[in-house]
Design a protein around this ligand. Structure first.
Ligand SMILES: [Fe+2]
Ligand SMILES: [Fe+2]
Length: 157
């Protein structure tokens, strides 16, 4: 189980890196870069909290068995893929926004799925909190994207 939490933490770390990279892309608007910067801090925070959770003895909080390590592997792979995209950012702001939105939606789902597997209330709450924050991430990206599409004088690249 510890390795499951370890992978959860790795994903949050990679997403923190992704958003920090995107916050540094000069061609993105100031507003979007600030959004990415805040999100990077949130993901770092998620990673930190999962890091602390790893120290709790296993039998305290798990009913066991209903976690989905394969889904986690897939998400970790996709997070790394996104990191490579962020390292060499395509001109396309819309592609990055769409990909990030998809990822956040996946995180909301898996955090909520994980939350109901815990016997320990604090652990369940930790995962529900992360789901809530990722919901905010999703909404922030979505509303920025929609506004951009409406107000941009030029087609969004
Ligand atoms: Fe997160
Ligand atoms: Fe997030």
């Amino acid at each position: 189980m510890r390795s499951y939490l370890n992978d959860c933490q790795k994903i949050e770390q990679v997403m923190g890196e992704v958003y920090r990279k995107l916050a540094g892309v000069k061609t993105y608007s100031e507003k979007l870069r600030l959004i990415f910067e805040r999100m990077a801090r949130d993901e770092d925070d998620h990673a930190r909290q999962l890091g602390m959770a790893k120290g709790v003895p296993e039998d305290v909080f798990f009913e066991g068995g209903r976690f989905d390590p394969e889904k986690l592997d897939e998400l970790l792979r996709r997070a790394h893929q996104l990191l490579r995209m962020a390292e060499d950012p395509p001109r396309s702001e819309s592609l990055m926004l769409e990909t990030a939105k998809d990822m956040e939606m996946e995180f909301i789902k898996i955090h909520l799925q994980n939350a109901v597997q815990f016997r320990d209330a604090a652990m369940a709450e930790l995962f529900r909190d992360m789901a809530r924050e990722d919901e905010k991430h999703f909404e922030t990206l979505d509303s920025y994207y929609e506004t951009r599409k409406k107000t941009s004088r030029y087609p969004l690249h």
